[in-house]
Design a protein around this ligand. Sequence first.
Ligand SMILES: C[S@@+](CC[C@H](N)C(=O)[O-])C[C@H]1O[C@@H](n2cnc3c(N)ncnc32)[C@H](O)[C@@H]1O
Length: 182
Amino acid sequence: MTAKQLEIQRRYDLTSRIYESRYQEVQRRKYASVSAEIPSSNIILDLGCGTGMFFSELSNRAKLLVATDISIEMLRHANSRPQMALLFQSDASNLPLRCQSLDAVVSVTMLQNAPEPLKVISEIARVLKSGGVAAITSLRRKSSPDQILEWVRRADLRGVKVEEGVGGEDILCVARKSRTPP
Ligand SMILES: C[S@@+](CC[C@H](N)C(=O)[O-])C[C@H]1O[C@@H](n2cnc3c(N)ncnc32)[C@H](O)[C@@H]1O
């Protein structure tokens, strides 16, 4: 892990106890927009899941909910949720998941932390099944819609929607992995 990633991990480890009281309201506003883009699926990944505040909505849409975060302390909180989710600690740019194993990926307000966002979006593209969908949000003050669409294009995904002002502060990008011909 790079020094920057270790610093981010430490920052979220330290804020995990107060994260929900501070950010619950704004994050929940984003979940409604993200959920609307995700069809009911077999396997959904919540990438950068934090304390798992999105689990209740996601578990209604997935047969299996998988979730990961770089911060072990955030994951400890996520682990105390009543919803069933398969949790593991990992860096979003290097996921211990098989290629083409997931139907959908959501990632809410995580991308702006990544030193190399293209690597994260390329990982999302790698683990998605063909025809799978990703709904990714990132802080608007850290990157532009065009920049996010460019990363999506370079990761070989098709951007199908970009929306600004999600939850008041995020950009939402919805992207699809092309179906491979039989
Ligand atoms: C602003 S919080 C959002 C958490 C959650 N998605 C939510 O809606 O509340 C960002 C989360 O991304 C995680 N994170 C940051 N960089 C990461 C990385 N490289 N890989 C995985 N998770 C990361 C942080 O630990 C933190 O839990």
